[in-house]
Design a protein around this ligand. Structure first.
Ligand SMILES: Nc1ncnc2c1ncn2[C@@H]1O[C@H](COP(=O)(O)OP(=O)(O)O)[C@@H](O)[C@H]1O
Ligand SMILES: [Mg+2]
Length: 190
């Protein structure tokens, strides 16, 4: 049952990656609200981006509704964003990039991508990336990717990564998009 709704917000008022949460119990009042989840997550990352001189590039497509839990999805974007910032640390300042993209992958899914200009993932490590406690960082915990994947899986989404053609890696995840019938009777609020 639909209980809340939020938006991956954009600089523009008219665009966003809108997500609805379906954490309600039967019989509870249906309602949803929109927040600017991506923008808020960027704000959380802002000091890291500035402190590490990472250029941020954001390209978000118009709203799409998807089933999700706001705090959890924010956690995923934050985890991926922090990994991207950390991955670019050994580059010269002018080359550090974080790219945040959202789009419709097809009719039933919304897709988000977090890409960076870091070294990418060595092929022999690909199989370990989502393992618990897998880390190559001196002070890493090695749980961010595992948690992110389990959050997305619990929303019936998919998550994966691929090295970029030029440099760096892009992590992607999908969330199911809500169809009109999911929203019937829902109370929309911004
Ligand atoms: N954007 C990235 N670029 C390169 N390697 C990455 C990236 N994101 C994750 N990794 C690799 O995956 C490992 C696990 O990441 P994560 O689960 O977030 O744990 P942690 O960040 O604590 O190491 C990292 O230690 C790193 O080796
Ligand atoms: Mg991490």
């Amino acid at each position: 049952m639909l209980t809340r709704c939020l938006t991956f917000g954009l600089p523009s008022e008219r665009t966003g990656f809108e997500i609805c949460c379906a954490a309600g119990r039967p019989g509870t009042r249906k309602s949803f609200w929109r927040t600017r989840l991506i923008r808020r997550t960027i704000e959380l990352l802002r000091s890291e981006l500035q402190g590490n001189q990472v250029q941020l590039h954001v390209a978000l497509q118009p709203d799409s509704l998807a089933l999700a839990d706001k705090a959890q999805v924010q956690q995923v974007v934050f985890n991926l964003g922090m990994n991207a910032v950390e991955a670019t640390q050994n580059q010269s300042a002018g080359q550090r990039r974080l790219e945040l993209t959202t789009m419709h992958s097809h009719a039933a899914e919304a897709l988000a991508a977090v890409g960076d200009s870091g070294p990418g993932i060595p092929e022999d490590q690909h199989g370990r990336m989502f393992e618990a406690f897998w880390t190559t960082k001196q002070n890493g915990l090695g749980v961010g990717l595992m948690i992110s994947r389990s959050i997305i899986a619990s929303h019936r989404g998919r998550s994966w990564f691929a090295n970029n053609v030029d440099k760096g890696v892009t992590f992607r995840f999908t969330l199911p998009i809500m169809v009109d019938s999911d929203l019937t009777g829902a109370e929309a609020g911004r």
